[in-house]
Design a protein around this ligand. Structure first.
Ligand SMILES: Nc1nc2c(c(=O)[nH]1)N[C@H]1C(S)=C(S)[C@@H](COP(=O)(O)O)O[C@H]1N2
Ligand SMILES: [Mo]
Length: 243
């Protein structure tokens, strides 16, 4: 089964949307790809389904998300073991624990989450640290151009230009809907890039590298998706931005 974001370039009509629509009947569990993740989900679901009749909706905190993992696995990291490295073209490389992140000024965003394949979750409550605040703390060296994100799934990468990275609606998120970001949603810490499609929001985040040159395009971008993944203005979904 293909992933929702396929390897094909989306062109005018995003291929991903058709793939996604074709999968609706499979049910939410079917959007986890790879046998390992599937087994994990079914295993995790069984006791919940047994306890109350709501099954999936009680398991997925928001109920309306699809869970994606390009590795077909759901990496696991305890909060106690979690570290976020911020390095590259900075004055003071950082290694922050979950508590260190929580001790920084918090930013709350109540905003939608939208995948380029067409599903959207309205009014999700996110809490985290502004990426700009983290970059301030590390101290950008002159000439810093962009930011690359790394995941402890060992496969996924993303990036933003420095101008995008410093937006106030781009956060390193540790809480979603009032709870620590769950394992399946990329916890304990993930990116939330509010103005862009979901693929820009790297899950299972453990590294942020400031680059002196233009940052490398991310996992889905080398597979045909737009580097500038603005919702409604990219991947052929809409007119290109006029300003
Ligand atoms: N590490 C990692 N991050 C990822 C992905 C992934 O497969 N692996 N998928 C991306 C895509 S395409 C989307 S739409 C969102 C999905 O977030 P969710 O699984 O919490 O719904 O995560 C993004 N970040
Ligand atoms: Mo996505």
């Amino acid at each position: 089964m293909a992933r929702a974001e396929t390897g094909a370039k989306p062109e005018g009509t995003p291929v991903g949307r058709r793939v996604f629509l074709g999968m609706v009947g499979v049910g939410a569990a079917g959007v986890l790809f790879g046998a390992k993740a599937q087994n994990w989900l079914e295993h995790a679901l069984a006791p919940l389904t047994a306890k109350d009749g709501t099954g999936l909706s009680s398991f997925l905190p928001v109920g309306r998300f699809r869970i994606y993992s390009v590795t077909g696995d759901l990496p696991n990291k305890d909060i106690a073991d979690y570290r976020l490295k911020v390095g590259g073209h900075v004055d003071q490389p950082l290694e922050l624990s979950f508590a260190d992140l929580q001790a920084m000024p918090a930013t709350n965003l109540d905003k939608d989450f939208q995948c380029v394949t067409g599903w959207r979750v309205h009014n999700v409550k996110w809490t985290g640290v502004r990426l700009g605040d983290l970059l301030d703390r590390a101290g950008l060296k002159a000439g810093a151009q962009g930011v690359e994100f790394h995941s402890f799934d060992g496969a996924y990468t993303e990036s933003l230009t420095m101008q995008q990275a410093l937006r106030p609606d781009v956060i390193v998120a540790y809480s979603m809907e009032g709870k620590t970001v769950s394992r399946e949603h990329g916890g304990p810490v993930r990116m939330y890039v509010a103005p862009m499609y979901g693929y820009k929001s790297c899950k299972w985040l453990d590294g942020i590298t400031v680059t002196a040159a233009q940052p490398e395009p991310g996992y889905w971008e080398v597979r045909g998706y737009d580097v500038d993944g603005w919702v409604g203005k990219s991947n052929g979904r809409d007119d290109k931005p006029t300003s």
